[in-house]
Design a protein around this ligand. Sequence first.
Ligand code: SAH
Length: 426
Amino acid sequence: MARAMHAAMSRAWLIGAGPGDVELMTLKATRALAQADVVLVDDLVNPDVLQFARADALVIYVGKRGGHPSTPQAGIIVQMLAHLRAGRSVARLKGGDPFVFGRGGEELQALQAAGIDAEVINGITAGIAAPAAIGIPVTHRDHAQGVVFVTGHSAGSGEPDWAALVATRMTLVIYMGMRRLSDIVGALLAAGMNADTPCAAIESATRPEQRHALARLGEFADTVSRAGLGSPAIVVIGGVASLALARSVPMKTLSVGVGCRLHTSAVQIETAVRAALGSHTFDEISTIASIDSKAHEAGLLEFCARHALPIALFSREQIAAIPVAEPSAVAREHLGVDGVCEPCALLGAANVSAGSAASAASAASAASAASAASAASAASAASAVPNAQLLVRKTAHAGVTVAIASIIARTEHEPTTHDTEKQDLP
Ligand code: SAH
């Protein structure tokens, strides 16, 4: 009995929440989280993962907030022990993997010293997930026989031996390296690394706001700073980064048609678009398309501005000319058309494919875009939409409908300086 009580008291988990995308959390992690009375959450953890916690769980944020120093490590342990001794089960939730630069090792030791056996549940570490998110495998037989995970943050124990790392010829994956990036690049060059070595920095990987920059080592620090990339980001240095360079030929081939009610928030739209995108990324979106009556819909404009996406707006007549597989009674009643998101997705794709730059404008000038779009694509809309095909049929998410069409390129899409810049800039 006493043993059982002790076991109950010592239920503690060190859980890796993965890099950000909730779906990259393990089943084991979600199950443990669902049992915890108390959840101590780190900064880099996507708060969305708390959907797996019990509704009545006590959630405590212990990360750095808005530049404030994080709760001292010792304080976190004290809190955990206090809850455990009071008989509450405690989940310690950390970004990525708890044992990769997460101080999970130290916390486990402290718990063990207090006689508590915490269970460690792995997460997908950012050092693998972030490169993968832009098509970089950290090892590849043609490029690197291995990978080194290293911190760029030289606190206490001093600087990594960059020269020794260069000599390994392995992929370098640098965590916490953004603040000192130019020093690190300098050290690598000084150690004889080729200035042509491909490099990548991926910020907020696997989250909707993911961004990245690609450059050769010689220009890397400048490129990253011009792109305004900051933490959290993973830096990848080595031949494997060229696989992203190859992919950096912009593949902005998606047109996302959005239908929403009045006063839908940017967050609701974002959630719905993300759900419809599935394995596609925001980087692939060329345009957002909707009906022109949404020209002043604040949530929609904010969503577009946030992702620096142009919006194309179409008139009721243009939309009505596109057949819809499953007509919507709501759309018919309120807008006089059979559907909004599917026709708009197709019209948006046709617009881009026709190269009618005038039809796509920044979210800020959405209203003027409406009239430009009307003129530009009236002809193409009349017949079934050329150069466009529906990729994702209408999906509905909390009152927002989303459909995705892709542009069928007339010729292989050629990269332009403009596209390249757009991909790397905020
Ligand atoms: N335990 C974590 C790492 C914690 S150290 C893991 O395994 O991923 C914090 C660093 O991780 C950040 O400075 C950044 O370099 C990296 N990082 C964490 N999440 C990230 C993300 N979503 N995108 C890019 N880098 C991330």
